[in-house]
Design a protein around this ligand. Structure first.
Ligand code: TMP
Ligand code: ASP
Length: 264
């Protein structure tokens, strides 16, 4: 992505407000969005709400480091440029309405579903699709259901998403483990590059389609356990009322910054 000065960019209309971010258009840059990370915390489809000052800035900075790391490892991400601690510029994507979850150990919903102990190691990473629909509470779906719902056009595109998610998993395991954090599981969202030519490619050829990683990768969207103590350092602290939410989010940022900031 080309370097631009933040001073040249003018925030336009609010396009979309989600639970954790606001997306604004950018004057004269139709292919980009301005993402503002919010301080709110939600769980269980926003039935539980909280916040703390600086949470948005933490998630933005962790995400930005992760995206820069992934770009270095030839993963296409929507990250274009940082603006400041709580804002960044990203590509505008045509989002695929799937939440792609990758698990290295069983935890959360899948551990509960099969009545298995949290933390059980998996022989190989598990990839799961959930349909992104708040009204339906993001249900788990099969490949066939994902096709029936038109989330993508072809099975090949789902296969491609799975392969990309596994490649990202390999990268993220290393990214976090070098910060003494174990990556238990995480959620990804992908999109297609918006350009007209690119759109055609997305429909015609899964091999060439410009699949791009979007959204965020942060303590909100990952399970992160301290490598030594097993202490939870992610949104489960909020979901399960474990306390010290802010301290743990700050510790994740501190560790990944100490390890990666200079290198990326
Ligand atoms: P789960 O165990 O609740 O299915 O969550 C798996 C992973 O996905 C976990 O790291 C948290 C993340 N996640 C989100 O980022 N957003 C969501 O809406 C859900 C349900 C999970
Ligand atoms: N992301 C969802 C919410 O904000 C669910 C969760 O993370 O637990 O409500």
């Amino acid at each position: 992505m080309s370097e631009v000065l933040s001073g040249e960019l003018k925030k336009g209309e609010l396009l979309y407000e989600g639970k954790a971010k606001r997306a604004y258009l950018i004057v004269d840059h139709p292919d980009w969005l301005w993402l503002e990370y919010k301080d709110s915390l939600t769980a269980f489809n926003a039935q539980k709400k909280g916040e703390f000052a600086g949470k948005g800035a933490i998630n933005k900075q962790v995400s930005s480091l992760v995206f820069r790391y992934l770009e270095k490892h030839r993963v296409s991400t929507h990250w274009v440029q940082d603006i400041d601690e709580g804002n960044l510029i990203c590509q505008r994507l045509e989002m695929i309405p799937l939440e792609v979850v990758v698990r290295n150990r069983l935890a959360g919903s899948t551990a509960k579903k099969f009545n298995r102990p949290e933390g059980e190691a998996l022989e190989r990473p598990l990839v799961e699709f959930y349909y992104k629909d708040d009204a339906l509470q993001d249900p788990f779906i099969s490949d066939e259901q994902a096709l029936m719902l038109g989330t993508v056009n072809k099975q090949g595109q789902l296969n491609r998403i799975k392969l990309e998610a596994l490649k990202i998993n390999e990268c993220l395991i290393k990214f976090f483990s070098e910060s003494q954090i174990e990556l238990i599981d995480f959620k990804l969202e992908f999109g297609w590059n918006m350009g007209a030519a690119a759109k055609g490619m997305a429909e015609d050829s899964e091999a060439l389609a410009p699949l791009v990683l979007g959204d965020e990768i942060s303590p909100d969207s990952c399970r992160l356990w301290d490598q030594q103590t097993g202490e939870r350092m992610d949104k489960d602290r909020f979901r399960r009322d474990l306390g010290a939410v802010e301290e743990n989010y700050r510790e994740v940022l501190k560790r990944v910054q100490e390890r990666w900031e200079k290198e990326l």
